[in-house]
Design a protein around this ligand. Structure first.
Ligand code: RIB
Ligand code: CA
Length: 378
């Protein structure tokens, strides 16, 4: 029979066990809540774009705007590429306003690439041939607002660009959120390169750079060797790929060529009759290379793969991590991407090069998001 002392000792032990148990449960609950909260935090994304095509840069913006649970757009920065930056900004402002996202700041960045010029492009085209697309270089550079064309819909958005230039906005954002910001670069890398040129220390504080650009093991789409974004500003692309950014994820033509987009897919989006669908249709009708003029063609939606990766990275089925560099020698291979051989440039940090995808999975992500009513998150 237990003595009174033994009984009270057992009670103390039982109470202690209960207390320890309660502390454990409390700690586990706290850990769960902390990890749940951090899981639930949307990823901060800075959206750097050369605007223009709404199936591409514009659709990429709309995709992300529809998932504020996954992505917090800290700002849109515009660079010259498809269009001159000031003109491109008008299209992006229109999309931000139309979708009720006026609070997302838009900043205009580099008007010109670091070294490439319309004159260089002319020399390249005349001497070397094979340039299929010149983007902004085929239009006169706007010298004032009077030179700007209204976006699809016919009238300028009320929303205006912020007065701060994109390069200083990128620097300020990376300083404000060190190691938290993903840069989604969907045009030439001029803005990013200029920011890192002023503040090289910030490269290590970029959480990730996810970009559309380059063509590692497939031919180019602008010259026989170069993809457009890298061809437009090869020096910027080289600078950024050689920088100390810890993670770089490349969506080059190697993967985007594997995601053709056809008129039936386009028609399904247009049939949703949302304001976004109307813009897509009007944009398509404006060009002479769209589905309205050429129903049999298939096109590509390059930037949307890079944007989609921020929402569902699992659609990528094959990737390799290799060193990637950019040829800046002015000649036939200006802007081409390549893997440096042997010991050359062994200091370049590797890039995750995406190579293949689950096409159906990606396409349903893209179409579902573009068919959603404006303002309909999730
Ligand atoms: O080569 C395709 C890329 O060039 C896309 O980003 C497109 O928008 C243009 O910028
Ligand atoms: Ca683009």
């Amino acid at each position: 029979m237990a003595t009174q002392g033994q009984q009270s000792g057992q009670k103390v032990e039982t109470r202690e066990k209960r207390d320890i148990g309660a502390v454990r449960v409390g700690v586990m609950l706290a850990l769960f809540l902390v990890s749940f909260q951090s899981m639930a935090q949307p990823r901060k994304v800075l959206f750097d774009t050369d605007s223009a095509f709404f199936l591409d840069d514009g659709a990429a913006l709309v995709m992300l705007l529809h998932r504020p649970d996954l992505v917090e757009l800290v700002g849109v920065t515009v660079v010259s590429g498809n269009l001159w930056a000031r003109q491109g900004a008008e299209h992006m402002l229109n999309l931000l306003e139309l979708t009720g996202n006026e609070e997302i700041p838009l900043h205009i960045g580099a008007q010109r690439p670091l070294a490439n010029t319309p004159e260089r492009a002319k020399v390249q085209r005349e001497l070397l041939g094979g340039l299929t697309y010149l983007g902004a270089f085929s239009e006169p550079e706007p010298s004032s607002d009077a030179d700007l064309e209204p976006p699809a819909g016919g009238s300028f958005a009320t929303l205006r660009p912020r007065s701060q230039d994109a390069v200083s906005f990128i620097i300020e954002t990376l300083d404000r959120y060190p190691n938290e910001v993903t840069i989604l670069a969907l045009g030439p890398m001029t803005n990013v390169s200029m920011a890192l040129n002023l503040r090289p220390d910030l490269a290590g504080k970029i959480e990730s750079l996810v970009f559309m650009g380059g063509a590692l093991r497939v031919p180019g789409n602008t010259s026989p060797y170069a993809e457009f974004n890298f061809w437009f500003d090869p020096e910027a692309a080289q600078h950024v790929l050689r920088s100390a950014i810890p993670e770089k994820v490349m969506f080059g033509l190697d993967i985007t060529n594997r995601a053709p987009f056809t008129k039936p897919q386009f028609d399904a989006i247009v049939a949703a009759e949302t304001p976004i669908a109307e813009i897509l249709l009007e944009d398509d009708r404006r060009t002479d290379w769209g589905f309205s003029a050429n129903p049999e063609i298939s096109t590509y939606i390059w930037d949307c793969l890079a944007a989609g990766f921020l929402l569902d990275p699992e659609f990528v089925t094959r990737e390799e991590t290799v060193r990637v560099d950019v040829d800046t020698t002015f000649g036939p291979s200006y802007g081409a991407t390549y893997e440096p051989a042997g010991e050359s440039h062994s200091d370049i940090l590797p890039t995750r090069v995406t190579l293949d995808l689950d096409y159906e999975r990606f396409m349903s992500l893209y179409s579902d998001l573009l068919m959603r009513p404006v303002g309909g998150a999730q």
